[in-house]
Design a protein around this ligand. Structure first.
Ligand SMILES: Nc1nc2c(ncn2[C@@H]2O[C@H](COP(=O)(O)OP(=O)(O)OP(=O)(O)O)[C@@H](O)[C@H]2O)c(=O)[nH]1
Ligand SMILES: [Mg+2]
Length: 241
């Protein structure tokens, strides 16, 4: 069995799915892939089923309705932990995350890292074709998190990650309530606070070429509110661990 499971959450990514799966197969042919689709109206889930029929390393989890990135990942994590994978990878399905860096990220996780973050905001990292407003939101959000949460992570909202499965097992995933980007912040911060090893590996993030962003003001507001509250009151589950 494969050691690593790549979780690809999808909502209306029919134009990108085959391309990203092809690139994954080129870069990390040994990894299994799980598409977690929230009944995409554009038929992404059906396409994923068709592709899975001829690819034993690909499986598909269908969820009834669009329920947020965080919950899609939690469902994928449960599958990864139930099936004994050693490494669990988070990655967008829209082509923004280039799987060719995964071998380097996996070898960091095979060393002593509990979480490896593909980071835009460390030396060597960058973003391509992103509108200035997205860059400002991402940079400002990360600076805010560093200050309010007293974190040393430069790209705590990033969605390209390798977790060591044991680190996820250690987290109390049933206590995670965040839905948008904040989900990424919550998991990384809980591990960092607990003294787990969080490493950042530089990546070039490329704006999606097809399909539409699911980012909206509510996701930014959720993050702002939760991070501020965590900064003031602490995250109870992080403190009790
Ligand atoms: N299953 C599931 N996937 C989702 C949901 N929301 C977003 N996604 C997927 O999560 C990944 C990231 O979402 P994006 O819309 O690309 O968000 P983003 O990368 O912050 O925004 P852009 O940079 O504008 O693309 C993509 O693969 C989406 O299809 C959801 O509610 N459920
Ligand atoms: Mg995207």
């Amino acid at each position: 069995m494969a050691e690593a499971l790549i979780i690809l959450p999808t909502y209306n990514e029919i134009e990108s799915l085959e391309m990203i799966l092809g690139r994954i197969r080129q870069s990390v042919p040994q990894a299994d892939v799980l598409v977690v689709d929230d009944s995409s109206p554009d038929g992404t889930g059906r396409l994923a089923d068709q592709l899975a029929a001829t690819d034993p390393g690909l499986s598909v989890l269908h969820r009834a309705e669009k329920d947020g990135l965080g919950r899609a990942y939690l469902a994928g994590f449960a599958h990864a932990l139930d099936n004994g994978y050693l490494y669990v990878i988070e990655m967008d399905a829209d082509g923004s995350h280039d799987p060719s860096v995964l071998p380097a990220m996996l070898s960091l996780a095979a060393g002593d890292a509990d979480l490896v973050i593909g980071s835009r905001w460390v030396s060597g990292g960058s973003v391509r074709n992103w509108p200035w407003i997205r860059q400002v939101i991402s940079r400002a959000g990360n600076v805010y998190c560093r200050i309010v949460l007293r974190s040393n992570i430069h790209d705590i909202t990033a969605g390209f990650r390798v977790y060591r499965a044991d680190a996820l097992r250690w987290l109390d995933l049933s206590a995670v309530s965040s839905q948008g980007y904040c989900f990424q912040v919550e998991l990384a911060w809980r591990l960092e606070r607990a003294g787990k090893i969080v490493v950042e590996h530089p990546i070039v993030f490329i704006e999606r070429a097809a399909g539409r962003s699911k980012m909206h003001a509510g996701i930014v507001l959720e993050a702002l509110l939760r991070v501020t509250l965590w900064g003031i009151f602490g995250l109870r589950s992080a403190m009790t661990k």
